[in-house]
Design a protein around this ligand. Structure first.
Ligand code: PRP
Length: 190
């Protein structure tokens, strides 16, 4: 049954990726991970909160044994910028030593969050550690970070994207598509 999202969608300038386009890419990625990790029982770690919809859909597209865990990382940035002052506010409960680990993120922007996370998780001696992200905002990497996700669904430009887990001030995560937020919604905050 269709329902009314007018309030939310009025704030969207344009749709970048539709629900169908996302579903297709996520399915392809799930099939790739299924092949790459055959017999390895990978541990997929969801980085709260933005990765939740992507993580849930991706896991359902993996057709072999796998496990799930969750982490949360806060950064004490100045508004919309990650300054790199990151703090783990929820850690995984799984011992990752000797495990094949895939970190699942919604977006790589400056790369600081994942740079911090991969350094930390590598100190725990996983058998392998890779990154799967929905969006790669590859032009936004911080100068000192040259991080490339092994798996990603879509490259994006330096635009303010929301939906399918991505938020602005906590809102829009529940949109089923990914869109560009109208500038007037956030310009007074910058
Ligand atoms: C977002 C996103 C990544 C990070 C990417 O998280 O989910 O974790 O920023 O930015 P970076 O590459 O510049 O580090 P946010 O702190 O907004 O938390 P959220 O997942 O709860 O939205």
């Amino acid at each position: 049954m269709a329902f009314n999202r007018t309030g939310l969608t009025n704030d969207i300038d344009r749709v970048l990726f539709t629900e169908e386009q996302i579903a297709e890419k996520v399915r392809e990625l799930g099939e790739r991970i299924t092949r790459d990790y055959a017999g390895k029982n990978p541990l997929l770690i969801c980085i709260l909160r933005g990765a939740v919809p992507f993580f849930a859909d991706l896991c359902k597209c993996i057709g072999d044994y796998m496990e799930m865990d969750f982490m949360a990382i806060s950064n004490y940035g100045d508004g919309m910028v990650n300054t790199g002052r990151n703090h783990i506010s929820k850690d995984v409960s799984t011992d990752i030593e000797g495990r094949h680990v895939i970190i699942v993120e919604d977006i790589v922007d400056s790369g600081r969050t994942l740079d911090h996370l991969t350094r930390l998780l590598n100190t725990r001696n996983p058998a392998s550690l890779k990154i799967a992200c929905l969006l790669d905002k590859y032009k936004a990497r911080a100068e000192n970070i040259s991080l490339t996700p092994e798996y990603y669904c879509f490259p994006v430009d330096n635009e303010f994207v929301v939906g399918y887990g991505l938020d602005y001030a906590g809102a829009y995560r529940n949109l089923p598509f990914i869109g560009v937020l109208k500038e007037e919604v956030y310009k007074d905050e910058q």
